[in-house]
Design a protein around this ligand. Structure first.
Ligand SMILES: [Zn+2]
Length: 161
C-alpha cells in the first residue's frame, strides 16, 4: 500500500479515539497494529503512558512537540537538561511528508529508506494530541531557543522562521 494511503488510514484511525478517553481501546490498538508495525504502536503508547509528550505553544501560536526518549520520564525533565529528546512538528503544509521528527529513525527509515511512514515519536504526538494527553507548556522565545539548542546540539546555527 502506498505511504499516503497508509498515512490516511492511520490518521483516520487515530481520529476515532475518544478525546475524553484515558486509554486506547483494543479495537483501535488492533487497527493501528494492522497499519503500522506493532512494536512502533506499543512504543508510542509507552511514551504517552510515561507522559513523555510535551506540547509547546508560543505566544504567537507556533506549536511543536517535544518527545522525550523512552528512558526519560515527563516528571523529571528540567528545561535545558534532557539530552535525549526529539522535536516533532505536525501538520506541515509545505512538505509531502506532513510531519517531522529530529530522531535518527525518522531520518533513516522514513526519509531515506521510506520503509516506515512515521517514527514512534510522531505516532505518540498524534495520539497524545487526539487524547489531550500531552503536557502543554506555554513557551517564551528564550525557552524555545533553549529547546532548539538542546535538540540540535551539533548545529551552530539554528534555522529561523
Ligand atoms: Zn522520532
Amino acid at each position: 500500500m502506498p505511504a499516503e494511503e497508509l498515512l490516511a488510514l492511520a490518521s483516520a484511525t487515530i481520529q476515532t479515539i475518544d478525546p475524553s478517553a484515558s486509554f486506547i481501546t483494543d479495537e483501535v490498538l488492533a487497527s493501528l497494529s494492522a497499519i503500522l508495525p506493532e512494536k512502533l504502536v506499543i512504543a508510542a503508547l509507552d511514551l504517552i503512558d510515561r507522559r513523555n509528550v510535551i506540547h509547546y505553544v508560543t505566544p504567537w501560536g507556533h506549536t511543536e512537540y517535544e518527545v522525550l526518549g523512552s528512558t526519560e520520564t515527563g516528571a523529571n525533565i528540567i528545561l535545558g537538561e534532557s539530552p535525549s529528546s526529539y522535536s516533532v512538528l505536525l501538520d506541515i503544509q509545505t512538505s509531502p511528508v506532513p510531519y517531522s521528527c529530529s530522531c535518527p529513525a525518522f531520518l533513516h527509515s522514513v526519509l531515506r529508506l521510506e520503509s516506515h511512514i512515521m517514527c514512534k515519536h510522531i505516532l505518540a504526538a498524534l495520539i497524545a494530541r487526539q487524547m489531550n494527553m500531552s503536557i502543554i507548556r506555554p513557551t517564551s522565545v528564550d525557552e524555545l531557543a533553549a529547546l532548539f539548542i538542546r535538540q540540535f546540539p551539533t548545529k551552530a546555527e539554528t534555522p529561523r522562521e
